[in-house]
Design a protein around this ligand. Structure first.
Ligand code: MF3
Ligand code: CO
Ligand code: CO
Length: 295
């Protein structure tokens, strides 16, 4: 969410909350439900569909099938007007917070669908990239590398590590592939509130920022641009685009710090498998529960 653009979130720094086992159970449910919305919408993301139709379908599924509240609807952090829709749909050079509407997806478009549900007061937040039809080689590569960036960040999550380790794992990986990391938006703590402390930067230095402690829950959601990192906000007050109009991609998971490493909470039947460097990793953080092993 917001880092610099609207200011207020950077002015203070509170330690991240440590969730109790009962709270973690609530977050596991919310996380799975958010991921299941992405599963549900997958077959509808085809050339010819409008982003507004994707929003309508997801909204109906969250409310009528899951008994969830779509967290984005009417969400109004300081400095923002209320967000008008149930999901975010960010197409091609849109970085994040794209507002669904009459735009028709055409073959070759890439689109991020970002879902946040509230279940029993707990938030689950996750996003994936989708292709309408066949993407260009360059677009497919950007989406793959961005997925790997998210996982590089997740793999850095372990008790005794530091929050800065996440961004320190992501940034060089993105830049080595010739891409850039968006700075103005970041991951975030999440729980009873959509955006809580801490801010999770997707760039930076290992060993910096607050120590990671088992029971913390936050998102890892890098926004990676094919071109320069600079962004611009559209006149709608929400949609963020790349200044140079280059393609942008993003993936997001909600992650728990466990006593041995991490657990991804936003998993479902169709969660894409983790990259080979995760499943083949011998680091303790990868030797993990079903939530990682079964994806
Ligand atoms: N889901 C986004 C995130 O990952 C936030 C969207 S805010 C909204 O933090 F109001 F646009 F929905
Ligand atoms: Co988020
Ligand atoms: Co999100």
């Amino acid at each position: 969410m917001d880092l610099l653009g609207h200011g207020p979130m950077l002015g203070f720094s509170m330690p991240a909350a440590i969730k109790t086992p009962a709270e973690i159970d609530g977050m596991r449910i919310a996380g799975r439900l958010a991921a299941e919305v992405l599963d549900f919408i997958t077959p509808y993301v085809v050339p010819g569909v409008t982003t507004g139709e994707l929003d309508r379908l997801c909204h109906e599924y969250m409310v009528d099938v899951q008994g969830c509240i779509p967290a984005p609807l009417n969400y109004a952090p300081p400095g923002y007007k209320p967000y008008p829709k149930a999901i975010c749909t960010s197409v091609n050079h849109q970085v994040c917070h794209g507002i669904p509407g009459p735009r028709v997806l055409k073959s070759g478009d890439i689109v991020n669908l970002d879902i946040t549900v509230i279940k029993d007061g707990w938030h689950g937040d996750t996003s994936r990239m989708y292709f309408a039809g066949e993407p260009s080689v360059a677009a497919r590569r950007l989406c793959e590398v961005t997925y790997e960036c998210m996982w590089k960040g997740i793999l850095a999550v372990r008790p005794g590590g530091h929050l800065g380790d996440v961004g320190a794992a992501i940034q060089p990986y993105a830049e080595r592939h010739g891409f850039s990391v968006v700075r103005e938006f970041c991951g975030h703590g999440i729980g009873r509130r959509f955006h809580e402390e801490p801010q999770v930067l997707h760039y930076g230095k290992a060993g910096t920022l607050e120590p990671l402690v088992a029971g913390m829950i936050f998102t890892v959601e890098p926004m990676i641009n094919a071109g320069r990192r600079e962004i611009r906000e559209m006149a709608d007050g929400w949609t963020i685009v790349t200044k140079d109009h280059s393609l942008s991609a993003q993936w997001e998971h909600t992650v728990l710090v466990t006593p041995t490493g991490f657990e991804v909470l936003t998993v479902s039947a169709l969660t894409p498998p983790a990259p080979a460097f995760v499943t083949q990793s011998t680091s303790p953080s990868a030797v993990q529960p079903a939530s990682v092993a079964v994806v």
